[in-house]
Design a protein around this ligand. Structure first.
Ligand SMILES: Cc1ncc(COP(=O)(O)O)c(C=O)c1O
Length: 383
């Protein structure tokens, strides 16, 4: 493999880790649909580690190997969704443990933690990722077990310093988990900055085609904690199906190209609308006006992601009007696909949403950027 990481990563992705079916020479692996695997005449498993598909499948193993290499980790585990990965991780904790997480992050993680922590006997606190010193104040030395960060954060694009969070977590005896769904390993490899575990909703950029629900965890070290997450995945039953793993591996062959185009398009759109008279503010880490732009430059390589949010001049109704007038952007939730999406975040998150009422979240796809800009310009004329 080429030692230049950029070239190496492109090659690694395009060839899905140089995967060639040993039995047939097929350059695209088959989908292994069997739920169970035979033993030989000595009653040994025919293939090491393959016994029952809730424990593992060849397709998931191929995907996990690629994910571990991409993130520079020791091992990876795939799950039936990003949320299944989140819950497997927290379910390894014990009553009395303490966890901290950002006040603004993917809303379902927060909603789930608010319900799960008291039921499981966990103490939890939130911190303000946009305020210096806020994380340090909520960590309890010796008691905090997980420091959770999400960078860039969905949907405000707050950037958290991974290295600083890792140091704070480690000094307190905690592990740092980074939800790196928005960045992907193309832009940030959190383990290189000190993270212990990386989470992806693989439903988003990793798959890239809005047709697979999946999650993944990647670890720095294959230790007892990691083995307890593996146990939770196997016995909790949150496995990813073989077909989904196969589709995901196919989607990942073009991750580098999709990501580069999405980043380039998002930057152009952010710059274009930053000074637009109908826009109050553009939240995008690639803009110099972003409060953590310098940190983003240091922590994110070759782009600032395909997600951005627009605060329109007006109220929730004005924002919803814009979201319903686009003809190229599809008004739908989720992100990370090749097609651009627009959503009024407060409506999608529901009554407990902490989002500004005028916030529109945009997932920028790989279309012609001029089409996207003209589409938003037309939609903004309606307010
Ligand atoms: C940042 C982030 N993390 C985790 C998740 C959960 O992933 P999934 O929807 O695959 O369960 C999402 C989903 O939108 C997300 O945006």
């Amino acid at each position: 493999m080429n030692s230049d990481r950029k070239h190496g990563t492109a090659t690694l992705l395009a060839q899905a880790n140089h995967l060639i079916d040993q039995m047939t020479g097929a350059i695209i692996p088959p989908v292994y649909v069997s739920t169970t695997y035979a033993r030989d005449s000595n009653y040994e498993l025919v293939a090491h580690g393959l016994s029952y598909s809730r424990e593992n499948t060849p397709n998931c193993k191929q995907l996990e190997t690629l994910l571990a290499v991409l993130e520079g980790g020791a091992d990876a585990l795939t799950f039936g969704s990003g949320m299944a990965a989140v819950s497997a991780l927290f379910e390894t904790l014990k009553p009395g443990d303490h966890v901290v997480a950002p006040a603004v992050m993917y809303h379902a993680v927060r909603t789930w933690l608010n319900d799960f922590c008291p039921r499981w006997g966990l103490a939890h606190n939130y911190f303000d990722a946009s305020k210096q010193g806020s994380l340090e104040r909520v960590i309890r030395s010796g008691r905090t077990k997980i420091v959770w960060i999400e960078t860039p954060a969905n949907p405000t694009c707050d950037i958290t310093d991974i290295a600083e969070a890792a140091e704070l977590a480690h000094n307190a005896g905690a592990r740092l988990v980074v939800d790196s769904t928005l960045a992907t390993p193309m832009l940030t490899r959190p383990i290189e900055h000190g993270a212990d575990i990386v989470l992806h909703s693989a439903t988003k950029y990793l798959n890239g085609h809005s047709d697979v629900l999946a999650g993944a965890l990647i670890c720095r070290e294959d230790d007892n904690f990691w083995q307890s997450i593996r146990f939770q995945r196997v016995y909790g039953g949150a496995a990813l199906g073989s077909f989904e793993a196969w589709l995901l591996l196919r989607g990942m062959r073009t991750l580098h190209l999709r990501m580069q185009q999405a980043c380039d398009n998002a930057m152009r759109i952010a710059q274009h609308f930053e000074t637009h008279k109908k826009i109050e503010r553009v939240l995008y880490p690639g803009l110099q006006s972003h409060p953590r732009h310098t940190l983003a430059q240091r922590q994110m390589k070759s782009g600032f992601g395909g997600m951005l949010s627009l605060l329109v001049r007006g109220d929730a109704q004005a924002a919803r009007t814009v979201a319903s007038r686009t003809r190229v952007f599809v008004p739908a939730t989720s992100f990370g696909g090749v097609e651009s999406l627009i959503e009024h975040r407060a409506t999608v998150e529901g009554p407990s949403s902490r989002m500004p009422p005028n916030l529109l979240r945009l997932s920028i796809g790989i279309e012609l950027v001029e089409d996207l800009i003209i589409d938003l310009e037309h939609a903004l004329e309606a307010i």
